[in-house]
Design a protein around this ligand. Structure first.
Ligand code: ZN
Length: 129
């Protein structure tokens, strides 16, 4: 799926789009693997609540400050985005049962933009069990 991000850092909830792909696949039991090929973005599962979304970005800033001296910044000035992506990871794997993603009530799937705004791609693979 294609995603147009609008800020340097932001969380984009892609749960509904992933659910639609699961439904479209017709697969009742299996696994859904959500990945991104970008090195400055991540895939996570957590609650979609405005304050928490801000807290997650604040956590990333606290752990990996944007304005610090990094070796990679001599190349393209986005080392913080790569390092934050390392912490988040590039995939999530979610079971599919009875045609539905096995997610808790408060769990949403996010693409996390770390060096936007950009056009991004998320790959969703649904495998029959
Ligand atoms: Zn870079």
């Amino acid at each position: 799926m294609d995603i147009q991000t609008s800020s340097r850092t932001e969380l984009i909830d892609i749960t509904d789009r992933v659910r639609a792909l699961v439904k479209e696949s017709g697969i009742k039991d299996g696994i859904c693997v959500i990945t991104t090929r970008h090195t400055t973005g991540g895939i996570i599962v957590n609650e979609n609540e405005r304050g928490l979304r801000a807290d997650i970005l604040d956590l990333l800033e606290a752990l990996v400050p944007e304005n610090k001296k990094y070796a990679h910044n001599s190349i393209d000035d986005n080392a913080d985005a790569h390092l934050r992506a390392v912490l988040l990871g590039m995939s999530e794997t979610i079971p599919v049962e009875d045609g539905h993603l096995v997610l808790g009530t408060w769990q949403s799937i996010f693409f996390v933009e770390l060096d936007g705004p950009r056009n991004r791609t998320v790959h969703v693979k649904i495998i029959k069990a």
